[in-house]
Ligand binder design. Structure first.
Ligand code: IMP
Length: 193
């Protein structure tokens, strides 16, 4: 599968993961100077489509975007689609930890969601979604990854403590891209028939 996609994100942590996951599929991912559309959607999927469509229109190339976030049970699913805008930059993890201070382990459940969308110049689109379940740690641990990785744990280890391979094998984005790859392969086969 030979294919070139523009990545519609300004988040350096995501760019690294997109490249890591998409390149083994034979997809070349390129970055472009893109304006940031307003994320007015009410769901992860709507926002992923808004970003991918804007990037495709701007560059004339197929574009791929993900909209993702952390949903914390104790906070009724917050920050959710507002994960990137929740509290000031640099304070987001601490804000979550603070809000869950003294909350017992059984009530610290959380999940990440990633909605992936690719938009092609002819208007076709491919969508996929992945989730992964875990818990909010009592403190930040680990230097790997980005965003909320160091406070999200599965079986006692945070994503920040896992290698890239371990995270990709169990993360929301890893699962979303697995489904995306399947759909993209089907799309390309049908398209070429
Ligand atoms: P978006 O760019 O609107 O999709 O923002 C998503 C935000 O959710 C990011 O800025 C991160 O704070 C958080 N997030 C999404 N995916 C991950 C992940 O894999 N690890 C840690 N934080 C994430």
């Amino acid at each position: 599968m030979e294919m070139k996609f523009v990545i519609a994100t300004h988040n350096p942590g995501k760019v690294v993961e997109f490249q890591r996951i998409l390149e083994p599929m034979g997809i070349e991912v390129v970055m472009a100077e893109l304006s940031e559309p307003e994320e007015t959607g009410k769901t992860f999927a709507e926002n992923a489509f808004i970003k991918a469509e804007a990037a495709c229109k701007e560059t004339g190339l197929p574009a791929v975007a993900d909209d993702s976030g952390l949903c914390v049970d104790f906070l009724n699913g917050a920050p959710g689609i507002y994960s990137a805008r929740f509290a000031e930059p640099g304070k987001r993890r601490l804000t979550v930890l603070e809000k869950l201070k003294d909350v017992p382990v059984e009530q610290r459940g959380a999940h990440f969601v990633s909605a992936v969308c690719a938009v092609f110049p002819n208007g076709d689109r491919i969508e996929a979604e992945g989730k992964c379940f875990g818990a909010i740690a009592f403190e930040s641990r680990g230097e790997n990854g980005f965003g909320y990785d160091s406070i999200f744990e599965q079986e006692g280890r945070t994503f920040g403590e896992m290698s890239n391979e371990e995270k990709d094998a169990r993360s929301h984005r890893g699962f979303a891209f697995q489904e995306f790859e399947k759909k993209l392969r089907e799309y390309l086969t049908i398209g070429k028939a």
